[in-house]
Design a protein around this ligand. Structure first.
Ligand SMILES: *Cc1c(COP(=O)(O)O)cnc(C)c1O
Length: 410
């Protein structure tokens, strides 16, 4: 009889968003007249920018002509896109990244999840807590997480980020040195960031201990403050210890179109079990060529258009719209007496629940009194308890109305 990867059975039912939906529906059944504003959405709400749409229309026409038809493309992505990424996201910011270090994909979720394929199952993994659940769950599937006890996996090192440490993760204690460290900045779910100096602490730690940093910067385009790094490669030495994941999803509204990329610098080397030097760039290339046939030509044409003058202007307008919503949430809820974090360089605000309420108690209260739905922080990890996430992925009108309701009714 065939057997399965038992690690998959260790994963509890993903209960967070189904439970949110269940409670909203139950509330609507008993209160059919209530107009619930959903502020738990982790998906963009504005349509794609015009430059990307036009480029994709043209790409579809290309596929309809024998002379311009594109079948299988390079597994690493088309040169037209890798060159644009290297130029605009790195070289123009004085960051040394070559197109051959960029791997285009169908998004950052798959890449952050798949990257573990080339890493040993014996590595010790650290995550900031609360965390984007993909990092933890994919390590559970691979067998790196151990067992779940009291909401935490016993082999995973949790690095709490709460108001108590200003959302700056402390380095691990000397007794456990993680081999793989996931960092996500600007952060989902907290909406907070690290400054260059704060990120440098992690790069220095990784270099000193031979750890690998998996840096997710899916929200890079939301950065507005000068001292927040746009890439981990702004930090000296990061080319030797970090992989960076980016996505056009939140940046340019590609959540449905699908396109992202992963940077694996050629300086990133380690040893195999026999002590022979191995390049992560070659290993990831090997993995992609075997298991992936490239992102679609049409998506890549759309993504390349994001780097044109019009494209960059248009995506900035969309991101500014979300950031205005985030500011309205942050300022309005602070004025209403809540403790609010994030929302300056990210589309998320992270609220301390008042009066020591649990995340779910606050969820129910907000839903009943204000008809506003968000996401309980405890769903993102043990240190998310006592916090609550609201997102800026909504209309300006709904955002203003939500703040008004919370101010007057809570
Ligand atoms: C949305 C998001 C992504 C992007 O995922 P895609 O697969 O590219 O759509 C990656 N990381 C984080 C933390 C996210 O919130």
């Amino acid at each position: 009889m065939f057997t399965i990867n038992d690690n998959f059975c260790k994963l509890p039912e993903s209960y967070l968003f189904s439970e949110v939906a269940r409670r909203i529906n139950a509330f609507k059944q008993t209160n059919p007249e209530a107009d619930v504003i959903r502020m738990g959405i982790g998906d963009v709400t504005l349509p794609l920018c015009k430059a990307a749409i036009e480029a994709m229309h043209k790409a579809v026409d290309d596929e309809g002509n024998a002379e311009t038809f594109h079948g299988y493309g390079p597994e690493q992505g088309y040169a037209f896109l890798r060159d644009a990424i290297a130029k605009y996201d790195y070289n123009k910011r004085n960051i040394d990244i070559d197109p051959s270090e960029i791997f285009v994909s169908d998004g950052a979720k798959s890449d952050t999840g798949n990257f573990g394929d080339i890493l040993s199952v014996n590595n010790i993994v650290a995550v900031t807590d609360p965390v984007y659940p993909v990092y933890v769950d994919t390590n559970v599937m691979a067998g790196r997480a151990g067992e779940l006890t009291d909401g935490a996996w016993n082999k995973i090192v949790y690095l709490p980020v709460t108001a108590a440490n200003d959302f700056i993760p402390a380095l691990p204690t000397d007794d456990i040195v993680p081999d793989i460290i996931y960092l996500c900045y600007p952060n989902n779910p907290t909406g907070t960031t690290l400054t260059r100096n704060q990120l440098k602490v992690w790069v220095d730690y990784a270099l000193k201990h031979g750890s690998l940093i998996l840096f997710d910067s899916a929200y890079e385009t939301f950065i507005r403050q000068e001292d927040v790094p746009h890439s981990i490669y702004e930090i000296e030495g990061a080319r030797r210890c970090a992989v960076e994941f980016r996505s056009f999803s939140k940046t340019a509204g590609f959540t449905g179109v699908r396109c992202g990329y992963t940077v694996v610098p050629k300086d990133l080397v380690t040893c195999d079990s026999e002590g022979k030097e191995v390049s992560l760039n070659s290993l990831w290339n090997r993995r992609q060529c075997t298991k992936f046939n490239g992102a679609s030509y049409i998506s890549q044409r759309g993504a390349a258009a994001v780097y044109t003058d019009e494209g960059r202007k248009q995506i900035k307008e969309a991101v500014d719209y979300y950031l205005t919503n985030a500011r309205i949430l942050r300022e309005g809820l602070t004025a209403a007496g809540l403790e609010v974090f994030g929302g300056i360089n990210a589309p998320y605000v992270w609220i301390k629940t008042p009066g020591n309420m649990t995340s779910w108690e606050f969820f129910d209260l907000l839903l009943k009194k204000c008809n506003v739905a968000g996401t309980p922080g405890s769903g993102f990890g043990p240190s998310g308890e006592g916090y609550f996430r609201l997102t800026a992925f909504n209309t300006l009108e709904n955002t203003i109305e939500a703040v008004k309701r919370i101010t007057t009714r809570l």
